[in-house]
Design a protein around this ligand. Structure first.
Ligand SMILES: [Fe+2]
Length: 430
């Protein structure tokens, strides 16, 4: 194998180690459904193997199906998450055997295919990038499931750099054109393409994500009880669900506590808030006299290098996200304190745009002009419209392989189990 293939193989091994670590648990915990929002963990585990079989072995490698009879069980479009416990899915031992069998053949395909050939699936290792990112995304989903399960002791902790107080609350992004999306990043998804020039007026964006202290001030100021801050849909949701704080928060003796991977702890006031819905983020922004950034505003503030006239892969540049630059790849099981990554600032001085928490934007998930679905419509195209809001930047649970300035995630505006927070913006003249 050449160097590039060796690097792909190493990434395949790393992501599999991660999936296996999250499923090193009693069978019962893996088979059970912890929330109707989530699949049983063992479903996710075999699903990543089945996806790898479909795309690398069958489509890219031309290999006959190993277990065609299980395809329907692991097709995310055939059965919604809430109904997956009733599927005849493989048990933990069989699931591990199945994905290992697939993986052996995947490495054979990697060894023999021409990554410079004409096939768009092979070129630059796209299909391998597809399955590596897909598995990392499922690993993040598994972490959300483990958080909902409330089981202690299953999720690794770690060290993060200290926070840093002070500094401006907002940074200014001057008016002008920038190139949104990409034509050049080889493993970018179809929804990030093609690159498009977008002209924006000047605007201000928060230097940091909204922290727990600021969010607690919104609660204490009656933000959840004042309809003026909420959209009609948001207010309806807040009333129906009786929501009064972020998911996993409780109030006791005048202080806020949170449940995090099976332990209860005081809410650290210097961390970015997480587990808030789009409706809550939007209401907070209105309370603060601001608004959520649009998707183009978010992307420009994150990665546009005005001087060089080009977009950066990460806010700080092209180098990989080391531990002093961003909180990605599950270094610890939480967001880092505010101000922890001065070295990871964007060209405009915005910090922590990548890692820590996904950030809600005000934009619906829509196609860029000239979009073409690849390699299949169900990756992005079927989600376009006015149902899902775009999330940017990746969380502490996202892997660097599936995070970049142009990366787009999307979810329903009511979702809170994901590792999501936000930052605010405002137009220049307001
Ligand atoms: Fe999937």
């Amino acid at each position: 194998m050449n160097d590039f293939k060796e690097r792909i193989a190493a990434q395949l091994i790393a992501v599999r180690d991660r999936s296996l670590a999250y499923t090193e648990a009693e069978d019962d915990l893996l088979i059970r459904q912890h929330s109707p929002l989530m699949s049983p963990l063992v479903w996710d585990l075999a699903h990543v193997g089945n996806y790898e079989e479909l795309w690398v072995l069958r489509e890219a490698g031309g290999i006959t199906p190993l277990r065609p009879e299980i395809d329907d069980i692991y097709d995310a479009f055939k059965t919604p998450r809430k109904d997956r416990p009733s599927l005849p899915f493989l048990g933990p031992a069989e699931a591990r055997r199945y994905i290992e069998g697939v993986r052996g053949r995947v490495l054979d395909v990697l060894d023999r295919v021409d990554l410079e050939g004409p096939s768009p699936l092979h070129r630059d290792g796209f299909v391998f990038g597809l399955v590596i990112q897909h598995e990392h995304q499922h690993d993040e989903t598994m972490l959300a499931t483990l958080q909902l399960s409330g089981q202690p002791g299953l999720v690794r902790e770690g060290e993060l750099p200290p926070g840093r107080a002070g500094g401006p609350g907002e940074v200014y992004v001057p008016a002008g054109r920038f190139l949104m999306g990409t034509d050049t990043l080889p493993w970018a998804y179809d929804n990030e393409r093609p690159a498009t020039w977008v002209d924006l007026p000047g605007y201000w964006i928060d230097r940091l994500p909204v922290g727990n202290a600021a969010y607690a001030a919104f609660i204490e100021d009656g933000g959840y009880d004042d309809q003026r801050f909420w959209t009609p849909e948001g207010w309806q949701w807040r009333q129906r669900k009786g929501v009064t704080a972020p998911l996993f928060w409780t109030r006791e003796g005048g202080s806020w506590y949170r449940d995090r991977f099976g332990r209860t702890e005081p809410v650290p006031m210097d961390e970015p808030v997480q587990h808030v819905s789009w409706y809550e983020a939007d209401a907070y922004a209105r309370w603060a006299g601001k608004r959520l950034p649009t998707e183009p505003e978010w992307e420009k503030a994150c990665g546009w290098d005005q001087e060089a006239g080009r977009a950066r892969r990460y806010p700080w540049g092209e180098s990989d996200p080391g531990p002093s630059l961003a909180n990605l790849g599950h270094r610890a099981a939480r967001p880092a304190p505010l101000g922890a990554y001065p070295g990871g600032a964007s060209p405009y001085g915005a910090e922590q745009m990548v890692g820590d928490v996904w950030e809600w934007t005000s934009s619906w998930f829509q196609a860029y002009p000239g979009f073409r679905s690849f390699p299949y419509k169900e990756y992005s195209e079927v989600f376009f419209g006015e149902e899902y809001r775009v999330l940017r930047g990746g969380s502490w649970a996202a892997d660097p392989a599936a995070v970049r300035t142009t990366f787009r995630n999307w979810d329903y505006p009511i979702r809170r189990q994901i590792f999501t927070g936000f930052r605010c913006a405002r137009s220049e003249l307001v």
